[in-house]
Design a protein around this ligand. Structure first.
Ligand code: NAD
Length: 271
């Protein structure tokens, strides 16, 4: 079967979020950086947070040179005070309101029988509490934004839906993101803030390349675990995230959207 190639053409959504303000965590690389680019394409003003100063500065310089309105903040999302400080600075730069938050920053900690208490503390403080810190920091600025443009998207994973060997820490943190999303959606609905999650399949990012470490056979086998027989592209995940922020998703909240080429839905029959 010929692999379907992703459409990366975002021409049809150009400027649909004109003047809106978006914050993306983990925005310096991979899915987060694709999301920054897609928001900019769609007309939003974008601040992106990441712990990686070098990668963040490099992306900021590239995007500003291309004429985009964007700013990088070095923030560790597990540091609640740092989240509040940076978010408040973003709001002060853009008229007090924040429309969209994408929680993408995460650590890929794969531990199981070897996981100790400090491993659990680390993975949960970034992948779960980090999402909560950012929502708490954005909330006062979001509830005063235009009511039809207030949205949070939390990035979960296929591993929130199916098990994977030797990854208790990562899989549990991603499972928690689904429940956190539903709880947030319930509490924030009265302020017209929609909260959803996106569960990517295996996506072509540096983090995943490191996982396969040049083992082409393993990569091929893993591609075959997706109904579409390939890995996804970051831009495909970004398109779904920005859709959830747009008016086209105005009645969607508390939901999880799988962007996984059919990974979580496939039964024992594979290619
Ligand atoms: P990535 O490593 O390219 O991006 C993650 C970013 O988060 C990095 O830039 C990293 O510096 C940043 N980060 C890590 N800890 C941080 C912290 N404490 N504070 C601020 N920033 C921090 O990874 P990616 O593949 O683009 O993954 C992005 C998201 O998508 C993650 O939530 C990941 O769990 C999820 N995801 C990825 C895949 C995949 O196949 N790539 C699949 C399912 C889910």
């Amino acid at each position: 079967m010929a692999a379907l190639q992703p459409s990366l053409d975002a021409a049809s959504t150009k400027d649909r979020l004109k003047g809106r303000v978006a914050i993306v965590t983990g925005g310096a690389s991979g899915i987060g950086s694709a999301c920054v680019r897609r928001f900019l394409n769609d007309g939003a003003l974008v601040a992106f947070f990441d712990i990686d100063q070098a990668a963040g500065k490099q992306l900021e310089a590239e995007l500003q040179a291309a004429g985009f309105e964007t700013k990088f903040y070095q923030v560790d999302v597990s540091d609640r005070e740092a989240c509040f400080k940076a978010v408040s600075h973003v709001a002060s730069q853009y008229g007090g309101c924040i429309n969209f938050l994408v929680n993408c920053a995460a650590v890929f900690m794969y531990k199981a029988l070897d996981a100790d208490t400090s491993d659990w503390a680390q993975v949960m403080s970034v992948n779960v509490a980090g999402y909560s810190n950012m929502v708490q920091a954005c909330f006062p600025h979001m509830k005063t934004a235009e009511p039809d443009a207030r949205s949070v998207v939390n990035i979960a994973s296929i591993f929130a839906h199916v098990s994977s060997a030797s990854k208790w820490t990562y899989c549990t943190s991603k499972g928690a993101v689904l429940e956190l999303t539903r709880c947030m959606a319930l509490d924030l609905a009265k302020d017209d803030i929609r909260v959803n999650s996106v569960s990517p399949g295996s996506i072509n990012t540096a983090a995943v390349a490191k996982f396969f470490a040049g083992d082409e056979d393993q990569k091929k086998w893993f591609e075959g675990c997706h109904m579409m027989n390939r890995l996804g592209e970051s831009a495909e995940v970004a398109a779904a995230i920005v859709f959830l922020c747009s008016k086209d998703a105005s009645f969607i909240t508390g939901a999880d959207l799988s962007v996984d080429g059919g990974y979580a839905a496939v039964g024992p029959e594979r290619h």
